[in-house]
Design a protein around this ligand. Structure first.
Ligand code: ADP
Ligand code: ADP
Ligand code: MG
Length: 490
């Protein structure tokens, strides 16, 4: 039974974990880089330790620095959050060896699921359908031969194909191949990217499923038993990164939902999995579903599941790590109403979604029923250029999907942010779109949309108009007419 949790992460997820740990009567330790010394997660913890300079590799990604902080504070458990070291088996192993509890699955399970090819094989053994694909490939002459032969002989393996790194993650290092002539150069590029980004020459190839949905099942295991918390729909993506998530999926049939969640819970049990985790699937328009990968950590979008089930997934994760058996039965897991989450980012939707870190001059979220804001940002906060420029996760619950959608749109509209370019208007446009309203969308839809440049914040447009007006009337230094998008958006 541990008593003091060190949270090896930053920002909203660190704060999120600290709050639940406190509810459980546990002591908390925050770690922070020099860039984060004023962050709300640091202030919220009972103790805080600076672990180095802003660069992640010298702070949040440094196992050595974290070990020193653990020693210094006497923490007897570590919560890794998501990203950073959360899926680094070596970190979990280093803690296990020191008798410190890693709040996550056993290191050998992180290792197994971190290798996408091994994970596919394991899931196949458990009867989970996987995307038709190859083994790990290293020698490219051989790879080309194997792939072309497979295309000829195996009915469900055909172009287009998707080359992936066996160590991949974060939507990086994937390459679509449309025809045989493209294969060799694509393999070469994929392998060199894989080496560079993930340190492995091993790639593999899957059939590219056209217009799929990304649907994932939240699971919880205690090493012996396992259950599921239904699905999250995460098909709204840009460059394979999620933008909007909902629970439940607006378009999945009840029969497929049951099949997928049942299979996911069974596989979790068979793995002897002992934490929260997520099985990601892609689902074809015909509702054939295929396992993609398992994330062996808490997921960014876990709040939508918490909204509809009323559970605290971090609490469940901590209890299991303390050695408790799951007290819940599958039938105890509720599914009530509908939840949607959006990721509010400091980025410029009109300029290829370029990150736009900087100081937030003013930030105010409205008070509203059924809305949860996961954030450490406030007026005066700095969105650092060293990390993911996420400002907040905003999630919302209502008895039905349409009410939830309207509620979130109005909440976003009333949110006041000054000083930064954000993707807020882009998010509102998505929520207002016909495809979102209908609930019928797939992973390619955001890339296909022609986003009209309405996405700058109104306050910014207003400020720029005032300035132009002032200059025109007063100093007469500037007399350019308004550009069309400005006229249109006001
Ligand atoms: P999920 O699979 O949980 O939906 P994503 O794959 O969208 O999450 O995002 C997780 C990714 O976020 C990590 O793989 C990493 O690239 C990035 N990340 C890592 N640490 C953080 C952090 N502290 N805050 C925000 N993003 C992070
Ligand atoms: P990562 O580890 O980077 O999260 P995933 O395997 O989970 O990689 O895939 C990320 C996203 O890429 C999926 O959500 C989906 O949109 C797309 N994708 C992955 N595999 C396929 C496939 N075989 N066919 C079509 N889209 C795919
Ligand atoms: Mg994934």
């Amino acid at each position: 039974m541990f008593k003091k949790i060190l949270v090896a992460n930053r920002s909203e997820i660190a704060l999120r974990v600290i709050r639940t740990a406190k509810e459980l009567g546990l002591k908390t330790v925050a770690v922070y880089s020099e860039a984060d010394q004023d962050s709300a997660h640091v202030l919220a913890a009972d103790e805080a330790v600076c672990i180095g300079p802003a660069e992640s590799k010298d702070s949040y990604l440094s196992i050595e620095k974290l070990m020193m902080a653990i020693e210094k504070t006497g923490a007897d458990a570590v919560h890794p959050g998501y990203g950073f070291l959360s899926e680094r088996a070596a970190f979990a192993k280093a803690l296990e060896d020191k008798g410190i509890c890693f709040i996550g699955p056993r290191s050998e399970l992180i290792d197994l699921m971190g290798d996408k090819v091994k994970a596919r094989k394991k899931m196949q053994e458990f009867g989970v359908p996987v995307v038709p694909g190859t083994d790990a490939l290293e020698d490219l002459d051989e790879a080309e031969e194997i792939i072309l032969k497979k295309v000829k002989t195996q009915k469900d393996f055909k172009f287009p194909l998707l080359i992936k790194s066996s160590g991949g993650g974060g939507g990086k290092g994937m390459r679509k191949v449309h025809e045989a002539a493209e294969l060799r150069p694509a393999l070469e590029r994929a392998q060199s990217e894989s080496l560079q980004a993930f340190g492995t020459p091993l790639v593999f190839v899957e059939r590219y499923i056209e217009n799929p949905r990304h649907i994932e099942i939240q699971v919880l295991g205690d090493g012996k038993n396992a259950l599921h918390f239904f699905e999250r729909e995460c098909s709204l993506q840009r460059r394979h990164q999620k933008v909007v998530e909902e629970a439940l999926s607006p378009s999945l049939s009840e029969a497929t939902r049951e099949k997928m969640s049942d299979i996911a819970a069974k596989a979790t049990k068979q793995l002897g999995y002992n934490s929260v985790g997520t099985l990601e699937f892609i689902v074809s328009p015909e509702e054939d579903f295929y396992f993609l990968e398992m994330n062996t950590r808490i997921q960014v979008e876990h709040p939508v599941t918490e909204w509809i089930t009323g559970s605290d997934l971090i609490r469940e994760q901590i209890l299991v790590a303390q050695g408790h058996s799951i007290a819940l039965k599958q039938d105890d897991i509720l599914r009530r109403g509908h939840a949607i989450e959006v990721r509010l980012y400091a980025e410029d939707a009109e300029n290829n979604f370029m990150p736009r870190p900087g100081k937030i001059h003013f930030l105010r979220f409205p008070e509203w029923t059924g809305v949860r804001v996961d954030s450490t940002m406030a007026s005066g906060s700095l969105v650092s250029s060293h990390y993911d420029p996420m400002i907040a996760k905003i999630s919302c619950w209502a008895p039905d999907r349409e009410q939830c959608r309207q509620r979130l749109i109005h909440f976003l509209r009333e949110t006041k942010i000054e000083g930064l370019v954000t993707n807020r208007s882009f998010l509102i446009q998505i929520l207002q779109s016909d495809f979102f309203q209908s609930g019928r969308y797939h992973t390619g839809i955001l890339e296909k949309q022609d986003w009209r440049p309405r996405s700058k914040d109104r306050s910014e447009i207003f400020a720029s108009l005032c300035l132009q007006d002032y200059l025109r009337r007063g100093a007469k230094l500037y007399s350019e007419p308004l550009s069309t998008w400005q006229e249109e958006s006001i």
